[in-house]
Design a protein around this ligand. Structure first.
Ligand code: NAG
Ligand code: NAG
Ligand code: NAG
Ligand code: NAG
Ligand code: NAG
Ligand code: NAG
Length: 577
């Protein structure tokens, strides 16, 4: 105990005689927030707002999702310039963080991890631009109708909190004051597809906990959905939703250990899970790899130290990012009107991931038959480089990968013979270091990827887009056994999601960029791995910029209270957006 930090800790712990047996009430701010881009400019009123679903989630473990029928108000007809989903939730009392999702006819439109309600009356609101799901919204308002459903698996047996949720749809008509590219989700920029798809098919299953998703337990488990698509589809995008749980909840901090360490008796220990911090979400069509993404490491509000994520949610927790794969080059495999298997997988996964996808399809309005063919297919499997040196609990490991995939395919439709080219480049590295018999841990992770899409007719370019993602993650933790039992842990963490999109096609042209960054630091007392006391402070900054607008919000919190909150519409002071 010669480290100054441990000395300080020891002094602090003298005041903590192991009193904390339940999670104490946090007297901080009751409203949990995700300070990102507002879904619509202030003063821009929706044409109409419909409260579609209102439900109380008390004991819902294993129950089917809450479901509501919906009929479109007559005064609010299609077309809409924007549609925003608002999920407003309040908690009656303290509760754990839970997963929640919203579907329309089994197609996912929102997945989130709820904040940890630390006091009765905690509440939050999630807004998401759902214009790209217009095809699903139109189903809701059709004669046959559709159903909107929401799942939030809660139990009020151990902790008393019951969640009350309202799902509202806001329909906007007329010209929009801001000219954001496409459908800016929070916090991602998803500007690549300016016109919503004509059809959206869910790739999922009514399975785990009755949610519409697949449960993936390991790398070799690639569940599939059989689907037949219209023969006049001319463009297809697969949007993958995923969340990580159980053994893989902290995949982004996992070290790599080539040999499982042996316990004193020389038996193999199965408890050290050491497959490293690389994961890749990917899709297949009839078994063929058609693209993948390294997921952004969303930190759930109960994770690491729940006091970090209150009242400001971790990046992406309120609206877990989804990942688009343009699979237009593969349409040649799908246009025969027969059933084909679309599969979803997670490389290097351990149990378990909840994964689903939406297949967005654009249909030729004039031609009944479209022809297509795959012309370039270069998809070498990403090679993962691993290196590790361990001496019992001390040591370090390094996992890295980089690679490029390229696909091109032509589609002959009433728009002509267009060739779509997809190029995806990724670079990933994770380094985990443990000292002091494993009680000091440092995790360094960096993920960069670039996706380039091009559409051309002959040699003429018809459109081009470029998307760049950079997601660094840095974590430092020190832990000591607390005198009164449990473990005292001090943590410092910085993470960021930066997305830069350039689009140039007939409908729009320009650049947009998002930088969402959080620096947190604090301590927690853990019993059996569960935090029973803690405190933390956060500096968060969110910057969005395109040719016409700029939005900056800086929020600093301390011990559950917002200490500083400033919004600016001027980027002139900020050089690095
Ligand atoms: C929704 O509509 C269907 C068909 O009309 C009906 O069977 C079902 O009970 C309705 N569900 C709700 C929650 O009202
Ligand atoms: C849900 O809507 C009802 C009716 O407008 C309102 O009384 C209630 O407070 C809302 N609940 C939440 C959590 O926003
Ligand atoms: C859980 O919540 C429901 C609905 O509010 C309530 O009827 C029930 O008594 C609660 N259960 C416990 C154990 O508090
Ligand atoms: C992977 O998961 C599937 C589905 O749960 C299971 O059937 C299979 O045995 C697992 N494979 C391995 C290698 O663990
Ligand atoms: C469409 O264009 C591609 C490449 O330019 C060509 O290989 C293909 O044969 C064309 N398809 C038809 C049906 O003409
Ligand atoms: C692990 O590191 C600590 C100090 O960081 C040292 O005291 C200990 O001897 C090391 N153990 C091994 C097995 O290397």
């Amino acid at each position: 105990m010669n480290h100054p930090f441990f000395l300080l800790l020891f002094l602090i712990l003298l005041f903590f005689n192991g009193e904390a047996a339940v999670m104490p009430m946090n007297t901080g701010t009751l409203e949990h927030i995700d300070p990102t881009l507002p879904s619509a400019r202030a003063g821009q009123e929706p044409k109409c707002s419909v409260l579609v679903l209102r439900h109380e989630f008390a004991n819902t473990l294993g129950h089917p999702p809450a479901t509501a029928n919906f009929s479109q108000p007559e005064e609010c007809p299609h077309p809409w310039s924007r549609v925003v989903l608002e999920l407003a939730v309040s908690a009656t009392d303290i509760q754990k963080s839970r997963m929640a999702a919203v579907w329309i006819d089994g197609a996912e439109i929102l997945r989130m991890s709820t904040p940890v309600p630390m006091a009765p009356g905690a509440f939050w609101r999630v807004e998401k631009d759902v214009t790209r799901y217009e095809a699903l919204l139109l189903r809701l308002s059709s004669v046959n109708g559709g159903a909107l459903s929401m799942m939030l698996e809660n139990s009020n047996k151990t902790l008393p909190g019951v969640y009350h949720a309202n799902v509202t749809l806001h329909f906007y008509r007329g010209v929009f004051a801001d000219a954001r590219q496409g459908y800016t989700a929070h916090p991602s920029v998803k500007g690549l597809y300016s016109q919503p798809a004509n059809l959206i098919y869910p790739i999922s299953q009514d399975c785990y906990g009755n949610g519409f998703w697949f449960r993936i337990n390991n790398e070799s488990h690639v569940p599939v959905s059989s689907i037949a698509i219209p023969k006049n589809t001319y463009r297809a995008v697969l949007e993958i939703f995923a969340s990580h749980h159980s053994d893989d909840e902290f995949w982004y901090t996992k070290p790599f250990r080539s040999t499982f360490s042996q316990n004193k008796a020389g038996n193999h220990m199965t408890t050290i899970k050491g497959n490293g911090a690389f994961r890749q979400l990917y899709a297949t069509i009839d078994g063929k790899f058609v693209g993948g993404h390294i997921p952004f490491a969303v930190i759930y509000p109960g994770a690491i130290n729940p006091y970090f994520w209150s009242p400001v949610a971790a990046i992406g927790a309120f609206d877990i990012p989804s990942y688009d794969l343009d699979i237009t080059p593969f349409l040649g495999m799908l246009l025969d009107g027969q059933l084909h298997e679309v599969g979803l997988g997670v490389r290097e996964a351990t149990s378990h991931w909840l994964v689903s996808a939406n297949l967005h399809l654009w249909i030729d309005p004039i031609s009944d038959n479209v022809e297509a063919g795959l012309s370039v297919y270069r998809a070498p499997r990403l090679r993962i480089h691993r290196h590790a040196e361990w001496h019992d609990e001390n040591g370090s490991s390094d996992v890295s990968t980089d690679g490029i995939v390229r696909f091109a395919g032509w589609v002959l439709s009433s728009k002509g013979n267009l060739t779509t080219t997809v190029r995806m480049k990724v670079r990933f590295r994770s380094k985990v270091e443990m000292h002091e018999h494993g009680s000091a841990k440092t995790v360094e992770m960096i993920h960069k990827s670039r996706t380039t899409l091009g559409v051309r007719r002959g040699v003429r370019s018809m459109g081009h887009s470029d998307m760049f993602v950079e997601a660094p993650f840095h974590l430092q933790t020190m832990s000591v056994p607390a005198p009164a039992g449990g473990v005292y842990e001090k943590t410092r963490l910085t993470h960021q999601l930066k997305e830069w999109v350039y689009v140039d096609n007939r409908e729009m042209s320009g650049t947009s960029a998002v930088t969402d960054r959080q620096e947190v630091e604090g301590s927690a007392l853990l019993h059996g791995g569960e935090p029973v006391w803690g405190s933390g402070s956060m500096k968060s900054s969110y910057k969005y910029r395109d040719a016409e607008e700029c939005h900056i919000r800086v929020v600093n919190t301390e011990a559950g209270v917002v200490k500083f909150d400033a919004t600016s519409r001027s980027c002139s002071a900020v050089a690095d957006v």
